[in-house]
Ligand binder design. Sequence first.
Ligand code: UGA
Length: 258
Amino acid sequence: QWIFFVTPTYERPTQIADMVRLSQTLSHDPSIYWIVIEDRANCSMRVRWILERSGLHFAHLSVLSPKPQPPPDYTNKTIPPNSISRGVSQRNAALDLITAEKFTGVVYFGDDDNVYDTRLFNELRKTQRVAVFGVAFVGNGKYERCVVDAGGRVVALLSNWAAGRKFSMDMGGFAVHSRVLSLVPEDKVRPLPRFRSSVRKGFLETDFIEQIVDHVGQLEPLMDNCTRFYVWHVQTDVQNMMEKVESDDLYEDISALM
Ligand code: UGA
């Protein structure tokens, strides 16, 4: 069973390091189809080389996001007022590709800067419609995860972040099967599930999942009922790296040397 691993990525000093680490994690599983969408006007050669060296089947796309001015201070623990959700148009481009090509398999939205245990992949393959599992170091806490009752049903989602969400989970904490992305005949009036940048910051994931299921009981818990963590939202320290990288020239050199 294919896993369509959807990764938005953008240029910054740590991009190549993050993408190399991710490619080498994904290369452990030849049935991963890596869909990488660069947040820029055209595809870069440096990302292309990483994709080619991975040995994986891949699609390499580019979509430029609108950028807020001034750029939000994402290092702040609270949600900055001018913040927008990242990776929206990129993930939607991947969803368009999956539906247009009628790709069949599990779709996972794997950001470029997370750490993934390779045990994640076979767990993802159990997804029937929408699967959920824990993510470590996310949501202003040690982790976010689902709570499962004795009958194996999800009864709650634990999170310290953005209260008021119906499905309070991070992008890295769920997967969908491609079957939920295509329309059944009686559904013709409903739009296909897509990420919407118009939703409040922090509500991107819940808004997407709400387009597919109605309540937490319909979510399929993975990773031993959400008790094991195979995804870490580590967030590479871009700010610190910016200070270390003295000039754009040096950054160009690093990219050329990889
Ligand atoms: C959290 C979630 O884990 C993200 O999946 C979600 O997109 C994001 O919040 C949000 O709602 O904005 P966070 O660490 O804040 O994560 O986001 P990043 O990891 O910085 O970005 C998510 C993905 O979008 C990454 O793969 C990143 O490379 C990409 N991105 C980021 C862009 O394509 N363009 C940008 O300008 C910034």
